[in-house]
Write a protein that binds this ligand. Structure first.
Ligand code: ADP
Ligand code: MG
Ligand code: ZN
Length: 481
């Protein structure tokens, strides 16, 4: 089978929990992590006779998401019942939006390996979340705390073509939603979840192939892997002259494969009907414009500004802006620092690795990181020492200048002292010296390393390299025969 003969088409349905204090149709709390079934009432438990009352804030946040994604927000929309039977859905229907969603026809521009791509967003609608099933020791328990948490579903056009591209889209989408305060976007806690639709067709074919849908993927890496696996599976079936069945599948993380869940349901199966217990939703033009005015600076615009204002690399700016809290922290550091590039570097290569919390939360105050970048920028300490100091700051705060002074951590830039150390090193490592002299220039690395070790990492690396090169040129190697 030649993969070049096939082309994949992918569309994503992303569910994001909205950041409201209370649920979408009742006043129960939406806080995550409470004991099971302590945040529910007759409405979100679907008891007979209980009537829903729409949370206006959910509509506002959903509209904001639409505006941030260049959608048209409808001044009038409706809710519908999507009916299916499953134990996590106490009413046996989910209140959602079918024909008249709140937002339509938007797009998101993403940067991929192949350049910029515009991914269409066909619709964003409001709906309620279901409860959570907990499978334990052969039985299944249900937690209804999640039942009735407001969600938006963001449906993309089938504009994506690889697993990587789909993951890039999801990352960019998450960054936009989080920056607007629409959702907290925590994939591990399930506040952002993704269903992936994949089909494969022969190159040149106009008609889309039969798709399969992979439900509820909860990480960027798994989105990419599940799609790549599924593309191969479809292509193998098609190459064999077989048809791809229209199915709903799930990704098995352990085996890296997708497995069948059920034959895919079609819209008719849900027997959609207008929700009779809720009035239509109106949004006046002034309300929509007021929400538009409240939109913050979006991640792409912010990244461009960071490059302009602080002269940092474009890739660094993009990583910083993928998480609003991270970008906020960087700006607090860079705003009173003459060395924003160094600060970005310390933040992205050292600090970020140590705090993988989501959203980013730094154990080091912005002011300290700013001072550290200054010590490095002014040459008071070298980068090895700066990294060590940063590691210590992560464990507990202390005064930087006082510590550098008190523990003599300052960079050694005294030519006489360094020259002496370099000469001693050349004596110590004759083998590296003769290697260097015989044309193995990489041997200078071990000499540099030794100078660093002899100075407890404090030698000025640029000066060390210069001295090494000059002194090596002059150095006579004894010939051992
Ligand atoms: P459903 O609600 O049954 O999942 P939708 O029509 O809402 O169906 O489509 C869901 C998603 O599937 C959208 O993101 C859409 O872009 C994508 N999609 C539709 N047809 C295909 C296809 N043939 N191949 C890949 N993706 C598709
Ligand atoms: Mg679907
Ligand atoms: Zn409730």
């Amino acid at each position: 089978m030649k993969m070049n003969d096939f082309e994949a088409v992918i569309g994503l349905e992303v569910h994001a929990e909205l950041k409201t204090a209370s649920k979408i149709f009742c006043s129960c709390s939406t806080a995550f992590g409470a004991s099971p079934n302590t945040q529910c009432c007759p409405i979100c438990m679907g008891l007979p006779g209980a009537l829903p009352c729409l949370n206006r804030r959910a509509v506002e946040l959903a509209a904001m998401a639409g505006l941030a994604l260049d959608c048209t927000v409808s001044p009038l929309c409706r809710t519908d019942r999507k009916q299916y039977f499953y134990p996590d859905l106490p009413k046996a229907y989910q209140i959602s939006q079918a024909e008249l969603p709140l937002c339509r026809n938007g797009f998101l521009t993403i940067k991929t390996l192949a350049g910029e791509r515009r991914i269409g967003i066909s619709r964003i609608h409001i709906e309620e979340d279901a409860g959570k099933l907990i499978h334990s020791e052969g039985s299944t328990l249900i937690d209804y705390n999640r039942s009735g948490i407001p969600l938006i579903e963001i449906v993309s056009e089938p504009d994506l073509h690889t697993g990587r591209e789909a993951a890039d889209y999801l990352r960019a989408l998450r960054a936009v939603l989080v920056s607007c305060g629409v959702t907290d976007g925590k994939m591990q806690e399930g506040s952002l979840r993704c269903d992936v639709n994949v089909s494969v067709r022969r190159v040149g074919e106009k008609k889309l192939g039969v798709r399969t849908e992979i439900k509820n993927i909860n990480s960027f890496v798994f989105v990419e892997k599940a799609i790549e696996y599924e593309i191969q599976r479809h292509a193998a079936l098609l190459a064999d002259g077989k048809e791809v069945p229209f199915e709903t599948r799930r990704y098995d993380e352990a085996s890296g494969k997708t497995v069948l869940m059920r034959v895919k349901e079609r819209a008719e199966d849900y027997r959609f009907m207008k929700e009779p217990d809720l009035p239509p939703i109106y949004l006046r033009e002034e309300e929509i414009e007021a929400l538009r005015a409240m939109l913050p600076e979006l991640p792409d615009a912010r990244a461009e500004r960071l490059v302009r204002e602080y002269a940092i690399a474009e890739d660094d700016a993009r990583i910083l802006c993928s998480d609003r809290a991270l970008a906020d922290y960087f700006e607090a550091v860079a705003d009173n620092c003459r060395y924003p590039r160094l600060a970005a570097n310390l933040l992205l290569t050292d600090l970020l690795r140590r705090c993988q919390t989501d959203p980013f939360h730094s154990p080091v105050s912005a002011q300290r990181l700013s001072s550290l970048a200054a010590l490095l920028g002014e040459g008071t300490v070298n980068s090895t020492t700066a990294k060590k100091l940063l590691q210590r700051l992560c464990e507990g705060d202390f005064d930087l200048s006082a510590t550098v002074e008190c523990e003599s951590l300052g960079q050694i830039r005294d030519e006489a002292i360094l020259k002496k150390t370099v000469l001693e090193t050349l004596e110590e490592l004759p083998r590296a010296v003769s290697d260097y002299k015989n044309g193995k220039t990489a041997a200078i690395k071990s000499l540099q390393g030794r100078v660093m070790a002899r100075t407890q990492g404090r030698a000025d690396p640029v000066m060390t390299e210069r001295l090494l090169k000059t002194l090596l040129a002059e150095y006579e190697v004894e010939q051992h025969v």
